[in-house]
Design a protein around this ligand. Structure first.
Ligand code: ADP
Ligand code: MG
Length: 266
């Protein structure tokens, strides 16, 4: 290859935005010259590398934009510790059929039983599969929607939560929602209905949602839409945090954590 051709190839690769091929070309040419690699094999190798790097970059970007607080994998979930969870149901969700069909998932149970772990694990899988995912806590969501409403920017803010194919709405129930919050939340649920999937996690049973939203009628209208196409996983069991504390043998002193223990056993 003459220097002219070599430079033209690099120039073309840059214009075509094949940055990875551009970067690995020299190495690939060296190994190709040394061995007896066919032209087709070399081309395949270069293009596969370009695709691999782009996919990694896209996953990294979508992970960052998802605002998921930590990385949790369903592979690390200990089903033996939480026998009330049917592994087959989680494995079915893992196929992401529910995302394709814009169906919901509701994870109910006391603190520490793995609701957030499963939600984030599914979020991680959805990102790997190419979906856009967004995570938020209920209290943050309500606060942001209200603030946007006051700035006359409700529609724009709502789109942030409507657009992702999978929304993870964590920690419903730790704070009750007032009338204004309920009505903004209702708007969100209505807009996502049959259009995008939402994973809800809550420490409150459905019967307590009336109290949570301060209005039984609103709660039942919400549940009607949320549960129309949904998989509900009701987790009954001990907090996993207690397990690790028991293992390390450190005493439970924090009164807040003691409450959690009582809840988890109740
Ligand atoms: P929740 O959202 O139900 O309050 P989390 O999902 O935050 O509980 O779980 C608390 C901690 O325990 C997290 O670090 C989580 O990864 C871990 N955990 C919970 N259940 C399990 C489990 N069955 N197997 C492995 N880790 C678990
Ligand atoms: Mg949680």
């Amino acid at each position: 290859m003459t220097r002219l051709v070599y430079e033209r190839v690099h120039d073309h690769l840059q214009r075509l935005k094949l940055a990875t091929v551009d970067e690995v070309l020299d190495n690939a040419l060296n190994t190709a010259n040394a061995g007896d690699k066919s032209f087709l094999d070399l081309l395949d190798e270069l293009l596969s590398e370009e695709i691999r790097v782009r996919r990694q970059a896209s996953i990294a970007t979508r992970t960052r934009l998802s605002a998921m607080p930590t990385r949790k994998s369903l592979d690390d979930f200990d089903y033996a510790f939480q026998p009330s969870i049917d592994k087959r149901v989680v494995e079915e969700l893992r196929t992401l059929r529910f995302v394709h069909h814009a169906e919901n998932v509701v994870l109910l149970g006391p603190p520490g039983v793995g609701k957030t772990h499963i939600a984030l694990g599914l979020g991680h899988e959805a990102i790997q599969a190419g979906f856009q995912v967004y995570h938020t806590n209920m209290s943050t969501l309500i606060q942001r929607l209200k603030a946007a409403q006051r700035r006359d920017a409700f529609e724009a803010k709502l789109r942030v939560y409507v657009k992702p194919r999978l929304l993870i709405l964590d920690e419903m129930g730790y704070q009750s929602v007032d009338r204004e919050g309920s009505s903004l939340f209702f708007e969100l649920v209505t807009r996502r209905y049959e259009k995008g999937s939402t994973i809800f996690t809550s420490n409150k049973s459905f019967g307590e949602w009336g109290e949570l939203f301060g209005d039984a009628v609103v709660a039942s209208a919400l549940l009607d839409r949320i549960l129309h196409h949904a998989t509900v996983i009701n987790i009954k069991g001990d907090s996993y945090r207690m397990k690790s504390r028991r293992r390390t043998g450190s005493p439970v002193q924090n009164p807040l954590t003691r409450t959690e223990e009582v809840n988890a056993k109740g």
